[in-house]
Design a binder for this molecule. Structure first.
Ligand code: ADP
Length: 393
């Protein structure tokens, strides 16, 4: 079965082609609608190759993508594609699982309203269905895996009428990644996911943590939006909500400005004043840059606190799982986090931690109270698997 996985951003479109679970090709179109669109084929071992293309809107980008897939010989013809899986950031309260896309999914008013920045996911699906009619399209929501959170974990203590009126609650994100790495870790342990308790640490430019209790998410660090939780590349994460009206008043900011500062100018970038890229920050911190050091400490501390909380929530854990850019590739950050968990009995195997980069591996010692894994995430593969599962009923 050939499955196309599509991820539509505001001005970009990423695609991945799978034959069953085997990756065939991947690419992306960026700067859609700018007059300077660029197509890149992504190669696993070689640098990506880019070329200027014409793509005035997402629909044109989708047609272009299909032409490229055929021209590059990935598929013989467009009709070889049997299903399309779409990444959708916000599913709102309705979608607890991946679903076949129909008019109701496309109109998902709450999903669109709760994440206006990601409403483009819905427009992308619609355009793709027009270009590729007659085959199943499946929506895979970043929020779906977290829908099992108990009500008390997902509810904010604001006037309940507001909660109901706007469906304000914790939704959580990166669900596809948390689900994938927790399933892989269970496999590595040789156990059924329903017998395992994990804390999954998705640490990338956007970061989130989830408590996965016997295969089900029971809490996660992101909230109604991806702004909540641990410190991220440019997002603030948790902070005293009273700081918001204070800044609006004293800086004469409107809501849009506040959102921009908290989403784009805060986090590691705001703290360090240097960069949102953890590689730059670790380098500068190593050279003694005070605010780079502070940024690393604040980041690590915010993560350690969540681990402590979720460990308590689940009454113990079988494993901690590191994933995404920083989690997969930074032994230094993994060591700094686990160092602070020494009192909880976590013991990292220093050499194994040091040499594990982007591979599935246990990096704890036999004396550790819980296992520590590195599991590279693969959201595209998970979307392809979910798509296949929905298509097969
Ligand atoms: P996104 O959230 O955009 O998908 P990724 O999961 O690709 O991001 O993670 C990006 C982050 O991973 C960046 O902060 C980058 O600095 C960090 N990163 C990548 N490689 C390394 C590395 N070798 N050491 C430390 N951080 C790294």
């Amino acid at each position: 079965v050939i499955i196309l996985v599509v991820n539509t951003g505001s001005s970009s479109l990423k695609y991945t082609v799978f034959k069953g679970e085997s990756l065939q090709a991947a690419g992306l179109i960026e700067k859609i609608g700018s007059g300077q669109a660029v197509y890149s084929r992504v190669h696993l071992q070689a640098p990506k190759q880019s070329e200027p293309v014409s793509a005035a809107n997402h629909r044109e980008a989708i047609t272009l993508m299909l032409n490229k897939i055929v021209a590059e010989g990935v598929v013989g013809s467009v009709s070889d594609i049997q299903a399309v899986g779409h990444r959708v950031v916000h599913g709102g309260p309705l979608y607890k699982h991946s679903v076949r896309v129909d008019a109701a999914v496309l109109q998902n008013r709450l999903g669109r309203a709760l994440a206006p920045l990601h409403a483009v996911n819905y427009d992308g699906m619609e355009a793709c269905m027009q270009v590729l009619p007659g085959i199943p399209h499946v929506a895979v929501f970043d929020t779906a895996f977290h829908q099992t959170m108990p009500e008390y974990a997902a509810t904010y203590a604001i006037p309940y009428a507001l909660t109901e009126k706007y469906q304000i609650r914790k939704y959580g994100f990166h669900g596809t990644s948390h689900k994938y790495v927790s399933q892989r870790a269970a496999m590595l342990l040789g156990r059924d996911p329903r017998q395992c308790r994990f804390i999954t640490l998705h640490l990338g430019n956007g970061s989130s943590i989830a408590a996965v209790d016997r295969g089900q998410c029971v809490d996660t660090s992101m909230g109604m939006t991806p702004l909540a939780g641990v410190v991220m590349g440019t997002r603030a994460g948790d902070l005293d909500p009273a700081i918001l009206p204070f800044l609006m008043q004293h800086e004469s900011w409107d809501a849009a400005k506040l959102e921009e500062v908290l989403n784009k100018q805060s986090g590691i970038l705001g703290l360090s004043g240097i960069s949102n890229d953890m590689r730059d920050i670790l380098k500068q911190a190593g050279e003694g840059h005070a605010r780079a050091k502070l940024a690393v400490s604040v980041f690590v501390y915010s993560i350690v606190k969540y681990i402590g909380a979720y460990w308590t929530v689940m009454g113990g854990i079988d494993a901690l799982i590191f994933t995404a850019g920083i989690g997969e590739k930074s032994p230094a950050i993994r060591a700094a986090i686990c160092q602070q968990l020494h009192g909880m009995g976590v013991r990292l195997h220093a050499a194994s931690n040091q040499k594990t980069i982007s591979t599935e591996k246990v990096i704890s010692t036999v004396f550790s109270r819980c296992k520590v894994f590195v599991v590279p995430t693969n959201e595209e593969l998970m979307i392809a698997k979910e798509t296949l599962a929905v298509v097969n009923g």
